[in-house]
Design a protein around this ligand. Structure first.
Ligand SMILES: Cc1cc2nc3c(=O)[nH]c(=O)nc-3n(C[C@H](O)[C@H](O)[C@H](O)COP(=O)(O)OP(=O)(O)OC[C@H]3O[C@@H](n4cnc5c(N)ncnc54)[C@H](O)[C@@H]3O)c2cc1C
Length: 396
């Protein structure tokens, strides 16, 4: 059975960035498993624009040679923020080609602990051993549906991640549930595609980012907000430095983390939903099929009959939903509310098993939910693995 030093599961922004950094460790044999940028390509709607700013959307490589700017210059593309989804996917593929070429497009079906480290079974049945495993599998497994929608067929209710092409709802009446960027942008795209969209939001207001443009202009912006632009004024600077954030008392982290990622829409989205009806402070209390349509009962006693409910209800990290982790492995990973507890090298309680991206948010803060966190993560993982492989002697 073949043996590799490091297996990276997932070829999204985190997996690719970590791989680009690990390539600089001499003698280390690193393979990324999975399809490049597949979550962005298959589970986000065509026509979407990224919410994160230009400075918060670069993948990371050791010399910063493969930034968005380098991609734009090299390819003669003329685009700026907000970054169109198709450009970002293409950027990810270009980055992979330049910075992380050692790919294996197969999915990993099972990871088990063994004497060497880990045994990986791939989706074609092949097996191999790896000394280190880095789980960079993103949030695709964590799509969250409120319980009232749980037992409905996907023709009547679906999570926003199930759609690539919202134009299939042209002429249909669609209730969008949720208050974040994904729900609001889905409503805009549905409306523009000729669907009759309505949005239902539990919160008492719709939050729009960058409501006061003056605060987001030089010279005030850099004082209040760090470049990734995650979190409110001032706090944004702490969020941008995960090693500071993780040193805050736990209670403070638990308060400031959620405050930094409150459901909100980008300011540029606001005019696009002007004609969409938005109900605030409301909950769906029941949802039942009704003559091939869906009858929704709202908590103010009213009812709606719609063709479809689109759930922009987000993602809840719970690593037990990573089906490729063997039961024994999962049972021995120390977890808090579904998040693995990680050391400074993003290592879980199982030596040489690392988690990056959103599952690292309990240990490193909200930046880990965004592409911008890939820079800090990649350097930390690279340094940790370089040190540990040195202390073990050669990796080969
Ligand atoms: C609608 C939407 C819009 C978003 N917009 C932004 C934005 O503007 N800016 C931003 O920073 N973030 C945004 N995000 C968050 C974004 O998902 C994360 O920032 C980013 O994807 C994190 O990268 P990742 O590499 O951790 O995960 P992903 O990009 O999800 O990559 C993980 C990869 O792992 C693969 N994988 C899973 N299981 C296996 C397996 N067993 N074997 C092999 N491969 C596997 C998946 O197929 C996937 O390709 C958005 C999210 C959504 C849902």
């Amino acid at each position: 059975m073949s043996l590799i030093d490091v297996a990276i599961l997932g070829a999204g922004p985190y997996g690719l960035s970590v791989a680009a950094h690990l390539r600089t460790v001499q003698g280390l044999d690193v393979t990324i498993f999975g399809e490049t940028m597949s979550f962005w390509e298959r589970h986000m709607p065509a026509g979407m624009l990224l919410r994160s700013p230009w400075a918060g959307s670069h993948l990371s490589d050791p010399e910063s040679s493969f930034t968005l700017d380098a991609y734009r210059a090299k390819n003669g593309n003329h685009f700026n923020a907000p970054i169109p989804l198709n450009r970002f996917i293409d950027y990810g593929r270009w980055f992979q080609h330049c910075a992380a070429p050692d790919m294996d497009r197969r999915q990993v079906g099972l990871v088990e602990k063994n004497a060497i480290g880990f045994q990986l079974t791939l989706n074609d049945g092949a097996t191999l051993n790896a000394r280190h495993v880095i789980v960079a599998c993103g949030i695709g497994s964590f799509a969250w549906r409120p319980t009232v929608f749980e037992n409905l067929p996907s023709s009547l209710a679906s999570h926003s991640s199930e759609h690539r092409d919202l134009s299939l709802f042209r002429g249909k009446q669609v209730m969008v549930v949720g208050a974040g960027q994904s729900a609001l942008e889905s409503a805009a795209l549905l409306h523009e595609a000729g669907a009759r969209a309505e949005v239902l939001i539990r919160a008492p207001i719709v939050r729009w980012l960058h409501q006061r443009p003056l605060l987001h202009k030089w010279p005030i912006q850099p004082l209040l907000y760090a470049p990734p632009d995650v979190g409110p004024a001032f706090l944004s600077h702490i969020v941008a430095r995960p090693n500071w954030f993780r040193r805050l008392p736990r209670g403070l982290q638990d308060t400031l983390g959620p405050r930094s990622i409150r459901a909100a829409g980008s300011a540029w989205l606001k005019p696009r939903v002007n004609e969409v009806q938005i109900q605030i402070g409301r909950l769906v209390v029941s949802a039942v099929p009704h003559d091939k349509r869906l009858k929704l009962r709202i908590d103010d006693g009213s009812e709606r009959i719609v063709d479809h409910a689109l759930l922009g209800t987000g993602y809840r990290v719970d690593i037990s939903r990573y089906k490729f982790l063997s039961r024994e492995l999962l049972a021995s990973i120390k977890q808090i509310d579904g998040y693995p507890q990680l050391s400074s090298g993003f290592e879980s309680s199982i030596p040489r098993l690392h988690f990056v991206g959103a599952p690292a948010a309990w240990s490193f803060g909200p930046l880990m939910r965004f592409v911008a966190g890939a820079e800090y993560t990649s350097r930390a993982v690279r340094n940790y693995i370089a040190r540990s492989s040195k202390s073990l002697g050669s990796c080969n």
